[in-house]
Design a protein around this ligand. Structure first.
Ligand code: ASC
Length: 128
């Protein structure tokens, strides 16, 4: 368990940073900013699916205080936050699965759904 809020905040931020890197590389491929490389894309999708399970544990009580972009609303609307986090995890898992299969239309859809669940949570629970 975490010693204090600082540890919990660093833990979840570390995971979000890794998610952003992996998701960002997929986004570059989806937007045509770099060539689509199926194996790399699938590896990134698998990474994001695994990493999506990490941040949740770091949202401990009291950790809205500190060096964090998480709004107090996370803890005020906890059930909704948890549901949105779960949706993100589910979408990320679907993306990892379809990325392995390689159907472009499916990948595009699953990628957009995953991005929507990033943004859906950020819009409500993250500082601008
Ligand atoms: C990213 C990133 C996010 C999401 C979001 C998707 O690359 O850093 O927070 O995608 O913008 O809509």
């Amino acid at each position: 368990n975490f010693e204090d809020s600082k540890d919990a905040i660093e833990y979840r931020q570390s995971a979000f940073g890794l998610i952003a890197y992996n998701f960002g590389d997929m986004a570059a491929m989806m937007k045509g900013k770099k060539p689509f490389e199926a194996e790399t894309f699938a590896m990134r999708a698998t990474n994001v699916a695994a990493l999506s399970k990490i941040p949740f544990e770091g949202f401990i009580d009291g950790s809205d205080k500190g060096d964090t972009e998480a709004l107090a609303k996370v803890w005020q609307d906890r059930a909704d936050f948890d549901a949105k986090m779960k949706t993100f995890q589910e979408n990320a898992a679907i993306l990892a699965t379809v990325a392995q299969k390689g159907d472009q239309a499916e990948i595009k859809q699953a990628f957009m759904n995953t991005g929507k669940s990033c943004k859906g949570c950020h819009d409500v629970y993250k500082k601008d």
